[in-house]
Ligand binder design. Sequence first.
Ligand code: AMP
Length: 223
Amino acid sequence: MKKIRTLRGVFLGPPGAGKGTQAKVFCERRNLVHVSTGDLLRREVKNETPLGAKASEIMTRGDLVPDSLVLEITKKRLSAEDCRTRGFVLDGYPRNCAQAMDLDTTLKSMALPLDVVVYFEVSRASLIERLSGRRVCPKCAANYHVREAPPKDDRRCDHCGAELVQREDDRPQAIENRLMVYKDQTRELVDYYTERNLLVPIDASGNIDEVARRVFEKLKDIP
Ligand code: AMP
């Protein structure tokens, strides 16, 4: 019987580095499950769940939602059958060392160790330009960029026709805050995963296809 090639990875990097876009492309090509904690949390907010109510204001400011809440939704998602059998890419999790340790414990209890952590490196100027030009579909969550990846019909989603919006946390003050939070709390994960021999740095400058090619090339022999 043909062995199914799974992969369990983390895409790590500052907000605006393109982790979400690249995770989507990579997961489609390799038939993996894309697990974005930002998307999971936004769904909770949209569905007005108790967890969503706790997270909403924090997310608008660009601060981190408490570790325990994010662990709860991430654990639930990772325990689903598709993550176990197909493998997954975590996008936006972990975001600090406590979360990285939570993740280690969770994956250990499921006997599903991480294979790789891809670290997306890009200049601060590009991050700001990518975040401020991003537009999203409020209905189907598709992502666009006003210059790099515009929708066909000016302001409407190519997939469902809904009017595109700017995420509240893509406004200037929240962007500044998110970059600061990254520097203070998330950046140290580069050392955490380097020490565990899992880190693969990727030059995340350039357009979506260029970066996607680099990611695919670097991960082609993993695991
Ligand atoms: P993202 O879509 O990954 O940029 O996440 C959007 C927002 O969701 C972040 O600015 C945080 O407020 C929250 N969030 C997403 N993932 C996490 C996480 N791992 N820990 C804490 N907060 C998170």
